[in-house]
Design a binder for this molecule. Structure first.
Ligand SMILES: NC(=O)c1ccc[n+]([C@@H]2O[C@H](COP(=O)([O-])OP(=O)(O)OC[C@H]3O[C@@H](n4cnc5c(N)ncnc54)[C@H](O)[C@@H]3O)[C@@H](O)[C@H]2O)c1
Length: 239
């Protein structure tokens, strides 16, 4: 059974990705800062739970070293709740760079040798529509996701020779455990009206594209960013 490692697997998009990849026949490593949450996901998908902080480089290598080969790495763990750029603190700056950018680099360093050992693989990095549209209410976050997209393309160039593909997904407005508070009451409908497709997304909308990017159907797709957002990033809408 091919192995898929998913970070931030304890809830939201990461959990949905684990469930879908398990359905696709992967043996799923459910990696999360929160071990109890990772265990719940692992129980649901028949995978294995690991406590992992993606910012801890040594810990990332220790987890990867538990398997001989890996086919899919989904770098999903991310944090997003930040004040305006003028108000962001040094500690907040540090944490968002550590999780959203460095975490991906450490996971690739640790898991790519496992992909090479198996003859190839697929990396899927979770970006955000905000990397493209920007968003004044989350400050520094869009800049980190723009960096994720840049990393994604560089990885595709560096790893193509190893038959390893690297792509990113840019989710739009997705109701997850983490974002549910933004969709309470009338807010859900109000926000849906701003989406060309007139609905907000569900974690499964993202997981289906993760599934495609980890499948043979996407065998010649690399270095791309796929926005899964009901067309929010397609352009400005006539109001
Ligand atoms: N939900 C959305 O609308 C949306 C939109 C665009 C992009 N995204 C991106 O998708 C990803 C998942 O979003 P979500 O809404 O499911 O988030 P969420 O907050 O619901 O879940 C994030 C998970 O990541 C884990 N995590 C946080 N820091 C970690 C760390 N250092 N190491 C390991 N695990 C860690 C948390 O414990 C949690 O289980 C993020 O990268 C986010 O930026 C989400």
């Amino acid at each position: 059974m091919p192995v898929a490692a998913v970070t931030g697997a304890g809830q939201g998009l990461g959990r949905a990705d684990c469930l879908r990849l398990a359905e696709d026949g992967f043996d799923v490593m459910c990696l999360d800062l929160n071990l109890d949450a990772a265990r719940e996901t692992a129980e649901l998908c028949g995978g294995t739970a690991f406590q992992l902080d993606v910012t801890d480089r040594a810990a990332v290598f220790a987890v990867a070293d538990q398997i001989p080969e890996c086919f899919a790495l989904v770098n999903n763990a991310g944090i997003w709740n930040f004040p305006s750029i003028l108000d962001v603190t040094e500690q907040q700056m540090q944490s968002v760079i550590e999780v959203n950018i460095k975490g991906i680099v450490w996971c690739c360093q640790a898991f790519v040798p496992k992909m090479r050992a198996g003859g190839g693989g697929s990396i899927v990095n979770m970006s955000s529509g905000a990397a493209w549209t920007n968003s004044p209410d989350v400050g520094i976050y869009p800049a980190t996701k723009a960096a994720v997209e840049s990393l994604t393309k560089t990885l595709a160039l560096e790893l193509g020779v190893d038959n390893i593909r690297s792509n990113a997904i840019g989710p739009g407005l997705i109701v997850s455990d983490g974002t549910a508070g933004n969709f309470q009451g009338d807010r859900a409908n109000e926000r849906a009206q701003g989406v060309p497709m007139k609905r907000v997304g569900a974690p499964a909308d993202i997981a289906d594209v993760v599934s495609f990017l980890c499948s043979n159907d996407s065998r010649y797709v690399s270095g791309q960013v796929i926005y899964v957002d009901g067309a929010i990033t397609a352009g400005a809408m006539k109001r």
